[in-house]
Design a protein around this ligand. Structure first.
Ligand code: APR
Length: 339
């Protein structure tokens, strides 16, 4: 379990992005674990959950929920699935494109430096960058598939998306139960793949935490699972995950010359752009981001010609980007590799 009682050796000259880059070069870092949350997708237009005024939990008053997170509570869903599906309509994949931060994670894979990306996000944007699914652990599941909450039968993803984009609740053809995307709700176990890959943290030589409030367990406590001598970089708009008890959580106040936790205060895109510049990767990152975005847009624009007469253009746009998503995720899921 947690490495709290290990002795900490000084690993960074000082708690700065520059010292993280020196460490990456000097130690020839090859096993980076990235832990990510909703903050990496806000630049794509998907609200996060807890930000004041803009977070999804702030904008759920109209559903008259007993408490905001009820929208992702399995018991509440079984009683009233409507609020979830009204929310799903706003954030359903096929309407958004990966951000520069998503492509930074892909770039780490290209450079043979990514060990794993543990993401809390359900938007599947990681897959759209072309990141090999072997590297992605969707700790809270995703919209990529769906199943019946009663008989557990897999549901047709086109049918589920079609219902969701119209804010309707899809029902199982076999037993009439409510269908739910395979997202981990509060009260449900995380996917097996999450637990099967926890040993990665023993092997990591750098931890990068991006765009998360670190409020939800068991994901949040993973930051303490890397060996004590492994540096940890948090890129987030607000400082989170700070030491609650001795030896657990981040310690950004450098004392006794022991530096291993670094906090970059700003947006994820700002942070990864600065990191890429310091590493000399900025041109590659910009090229990957621009080409990736262009490819996704052109793939779905190419199908523009197939707009059925009279079909609403915006519906068609959503369907087309969703088709691109299906093709890309289908390619990935056709060869799921187990580690
Ligand atoms: N750049 C950097 N940080 C950002 C940005 C951005 N562009 N946008 C938002 N943030 C920060 C916020 O300040 C906040 O600290 O990202 C964090 C997002 O926190 P949450 O909204 O709580 O999202 P997340 O941490 O992913 O939530 C975890 O909670 O509701 C459950 O299952 C759900 O997976 C989700 C989990």
């Amino acid at each position: 379990m947690s490495k709290a009682n290990q002795t900490i050796k000084t690993v960074l000259k000082e708690p700065t992005l520059e010292s993280i880059v020196d460490y990456i070069k000097e130690k020839n870092v090859k096993k980076v674990i990235v832990m990510s949350g909703a903050g990496i997708s806000t630049a794509a237009g998907i609200p996060d959950f807890r930000s004041k005024d803009t977070g999804l939990y702030h904008n759920l008053q109209k559903f008259d929920l007993p408490y905001a997170e009820a929208v992702f509570d399995i018991d509440y869903f079984m009683e009233k699935p409507e609020p979830f599906y009204a929310l799903a309509k706003e954030i359903y994949p096929g309407q958004f494109l990966p951000t520069k931060t998503h492509y930074f994670i892909r770039l780490l894979q290209e450079k043979g430096m990514l060990l794993r990306n543990f993401t809390q996000n359900i938007d599947t944007l990681e897959r759209l960058t072309g990141l090999d699914q072997d590297y992605i652990i969707e700790a809270h599941g995703s919209f990529a598939s769906a199943s019946c909450t009663e008989c557990k039968e897999k549901a047709d993803s086109d049918m589920v998306r079609d219902h969701a984009l119209r804010g309707k609740v899809p029902k199982c053809e076999s037993c009439d139960g409510f269908i739910k995307p395979d997202i981990t709700f509060f009260g449900e176990n995380l996917p097996k793949r999450f637990y099967d890959n926890l040993s990665d943290f023993d092997d990591a030589d750098l931890l990068i935490v991006l765009g998360t409030s670190l409020q939800v367990q068991p994901f949040a406590s993973l930051i303490d699972e890397v060996p004590k001598s492994v540096p940890r970089l948090l890129i987030n708009k607000e400082m989170v995950g700070v030491q609650k008890s001795k030896g657990s959580g981040f310690d950004f106040k450098s004392k006794k010359g022991v530096h291993k936790d670094v906090y970059f205060s700003g947006t994820c895109d700002e942070g990864v752009t600065k990191l890429a510049e310091l590493l000399g990767w900025d041109k590659e990152l910009n090229k990957m981001y621009e080409k990736g975005t262009e490819k996704l847009k052109s793939q779905y624009v190419k199908e523009e010609t197939e707009i059925e007469p009279g079909q609403q253009k915006e519906d068609k746009e959503v369907d087309q980007l969703a088709d691109v998503l299906d093709k890309l995720t289908a390619e990935d899921s056709s060869t799921p590799k187990t580690t």
